[in-house]
Design a protein around this ligand. Structure first.
Ligand SMILES: NC(=O)c1ccc[n+]([C@@H]2O[C@H](COP(=O)([O-])OP(=O)(O)OC[C@H]3O[C@@H](n4cnc5c(N)ncnc54)[C@H](O)[C@@H]3O)[C@@H](O)[C@H]2O)c1
Length: 266
């Protein structure tokens, strides 16, 4: 077998928009990390669908993404509801005819609470959004992607899947399930043309994070663990999300890649 390295990808001035002609769905893309990823993918030429529960917020984000110069669609849709998931897929196909990229970003937090005091309601709500939602959004979108033998699934995970942090047992449990799901689905779908990867984010001051009232000592703990000695910012995750959504990642699948200032080094 003759082994060659294609020189075309290394040519000076070769750079082009990496997601031109692609359609990306970002769940929970109306604010925070999801919105940053939506804007970043729009900047690389992708048409963008954002979903979420808050109509006014979605419309504002839709306008900002449109201003980047791409086609944009905002869909009010709850990832924990099967009918909404199907509606999200149907509306995207109706408008754009295809789905190339799914970013499973939507998630909820609950205030820090000791394991011994957790109640069933908060457990059910967290797992239905943060795990069931990811599971069935991926299934609904992947059923479309397999027909075109092409797709990129990106799960937004957390350091909590690997690092034991007191008070986050249901959130961390759902993110741990996401870690396993990323590997399992990658094993099933990659031979069908779909790459499945995840980004494990570090602690990042977003509105969702603010609402969960993290105690200062926990913030100090995270920053202290990270050799880069700072919290993440939503923009910190965009470059990797774009890479994983692009054809440059064609040989990467099943991975959960930490972007966390070095707080964990698996
Ligand atoms: N901020 C952090 O410190 C941090 C750290 C690690 C991982 N993450 C992950 O990053 C992702 C984004 O988090 P964020 O901090 O930007 O949160 P955020 O709360 O600011 O944004 C989350 C978005 O998801 C949407 N959403 C929530 N429930 C939904 C549902 N049922 N259906 C549809 N949309 C829904 C919200 O409306 C919101 O737009 C999440 O998966 C989160 O677990 C965040």
């Amino acid at each position: 077998m003759k082994i060659t390295v294609s020189s075309s990808i290394f040519k000076k001035g070769h750079a082009k928009m990496r997601l031109e002609g692609k359609v990306a769905i970002i769940t929970g893309g109306g604010r925070g990390i999801g919105k940053a990823i939506a804007l970043g993918m729009a900047g690389e030429g992708a048409d963008i669908v954002i979903t979420g529960r808050n109509e006014a917020r979605l419309q504002q984000a839709e306008k900002e993404i449109k201003d980047v110069g791409v086609n944009t669609l905002a869909i009010k849709s709850d990832v924990s509801l099967m009918a909404d998931i199907q509606d999200m897929v149907d509306k995207t196909i109706e408008r754009f005819g295809q789905i190339d990229i799914l970013v499973n970003n939507a998630a909820i937090y609950y205030p820090i609470c000791p394991f011994l005091e957790k109640d069933e309601d908060s457990f059910d709500r967290i797992t239905s959004v943060n795990f069931k939602g990811v599971y069935f959004c991926t299934q609904a979108v992947a059923r479309h992607m397999v027909k075109r033998k092409y797709g990129k699934i990106i799960n937004i995970n957390s350091d909590n899947a690997r690092i034991g942090i007191p008070g986050l047992s249901d959130y961390a449990g759902a993110k741990g399930a996401m870690l396993a799901l990323t590997r399992t689905i990658a094993a099933e779908l990659s031979p069908l043309g779909i790459n499945v990867n995840a980004i494990a984010c570090g602690l990042t001051p977003t509105e969702g994070y603010m609402e969960s009232n993290y105690p200062q000592e926990l913030i100090d703990f995270f920053v202290g663990m990270a050799p880069l000695r700072r919290l993440g910012m939503p923009e910190d995750y965009v470059a990797l999300a774009v890479l994983l959504a692009s054809d440059d990642s064609s040989f990467i699948t099943g991975q959960t890649i930490p972007v966390n200032g070095g707080a964990s080094m698996p």
